[in-house]
Design a binder for this molecule. Structure first.
Ligand code: PTJ
Length: 280
């Protein structure tokens, strides 16, 4: 792997990129996943590359929903496996009854198996709680209605019978199909305008590498809270309004940046900007 100097001003962004490139080289992510990441990066740049107040609010509501759910399923694709396998495994282990399910748009059984192995290895590193996790990867035995893509293929004991599905970094078709099937949909998507972001019940507008640890912290903080309190947190959350606030934040950030002075730099001397000749 290429070494990124720690003092590089874009270190974190380059580090995340490299995680995905390495995931693609190992066969976990597809090349299309690199393009999807580029779109995400652009929105992350506009959002200031940090977890904003809207993302924190959505993460709190998502934690309440996950703890209230009877059959929560956490969906994993190639990008999530490359960027955040230990984070999504730790999150699943913190939610009573949660299962992990590999669901791929560009599906091959070989890649699904490989992602399953990646998740199991992360589970083993987590200790007893991680080792006991249920992980559905290859050989799906059911189809989600209303989807013609490979994304429809799922597990009867997993996604098909789930009442809540966490679908990070997703395409819009499946989020809409899951909604039509009557499930609560939670997503992590840097693009507040995407169909997934708009179709979901709860959208965390943040980078998956920051959002999943934040969600885990929220789950840890709320585990054991009375159901009535969780219900109030969930009932007080309005996804449309929260997405509007995320867009407003991008807008006001851009407006502020447009007025900010450009960083000073020594402009090369040209015949047009050189010292003025004293007028005679
Ligand atoms: O592994 P597969 O075969 O299931 O394919 C996975 C990809 C990502 C290729 C597939 O799901 C896809 O094509 O996704 P889309 O339709 O490009 O949507 C991805 C969404 O995630 C876009 O709205 C991106 O802005 C957003 N996104 C990209 N990177 C991140 C992200 N959101 C959060 N964190 C990221 N790191």
């Amino acid at each position: 792997m290429h070494r990124i100097p720690r003092d590089h001003p874009r270190y974190e962004s380059l580090r995340i990129r490299q995680l995905l490139v390495s995931g693609a080289e190992r066969g976990l992510a597809v090349r299309e996943g690199l393009l999807a990441h580029g779109r995400g990066e652009a929105f992350d740049y506009l959002l200031g590359e940090r977890t904003g107040p809207e993302a924190r609010r959505a993460a709190r509501a998502a934690a309440a929903a996950l703890l209230l759910a009877g059959r929560p399923v956490l969906s994993v694709n190639g990008n999530v496996a490359s960027l955040a396998a230990p984070d999504i495994v730790r999150l699943a282990a913190a939610i009573p009854g949660a299962v992990l399910e590999v669901n791929l748009f560009h599906r091959t059984e070989g890649r699904a198996r490989m992602i399953g192995r990646e998740l199991r290895a992360a589970g083993r590193r987590l200790g007893a709680r991680g080792r006991g996790l249920r992980i559905f990867a290859d050989d799906p035995d059911a189809r989600l209605a209303g989807l013609s893509s490979e994304r429809a293929r799922c597990h009867r004991e997993g996604m098909l019978s789930a009442d809540l599905v966490l679908v990070p970094l997703e395409d819009g078709d499946r989020a809409e199909a899951l909604k039509r099937a009557g499930k609560t949909v939670v997503t992590v998507d840097l693009n507040p305008l995407s169909r997934t972001a708009r179709a979901a019940d709860i959208t965390i507008v943040d980078n998956v590498v920051r959002a999943l640890p934040e969600l885990w912290r929220r789950v840890e903080g709320l585990r054991g809270a009375p159901r009535a309190r969780l219900g109030r947190i969930l009932g007080g959350f309005d996804n449309r309004a929260n997405l509007a606030r995320a867009l407003d934040r991008i807008g006001s950030r851009l407006a502020a940046l447009a007025r900010a002075p450009c960083p000073p730099h020594p402009a090369p001397r040209t015949p047009f900007n050189g010292p003025r000749r004293p007028s005679r």
